[in-house]
Design a protein. Structure first.
Length: 91
């Protein structure tokens, strides 16, 4: 499998560059979840990072790489959406 070094912005992983496995399309996953164990033995904390383009597209409109940006709310937006599905409700 191919991997790509991707930078992280914000949160505890700010400034780090980690290798991330690429999917069958050659893109990294849209969300990157990092489980952090609780030292007191409680439930794990999950840090959520969202994929964004690293730079503005060039002349051809193609993305020049990706970066992950910290999402403190950790939205649940990974559900598959079909055109005939009902829109999701937001609280």
């Amino acid at each position: 499998m191919k991997s790509e070094d991707i930078s992280f912005e914000g949160g505890p992983l700010d400034g780090r560059v980690l290798p991330v496995l690429l999917g069958p399309t050659g893109h990294p996953p849209k969300t990157y979840r990092v489980p952090v164990p609780d030292p007191s033995g409680g439930p794990d904390t999950v840090l959520v990072y969202r994929r964004e383009p690293r730079a503005h597209p060039g002349k051809l409109g193609m993305t020049r790489g990706w970066k992950y940006v910290y999402d403190p709310e950790g939205r649940k937006g990974d559900r598959l959406r079909w055109p005939w599905s009902k829109p999701g409700t937001t609280p």
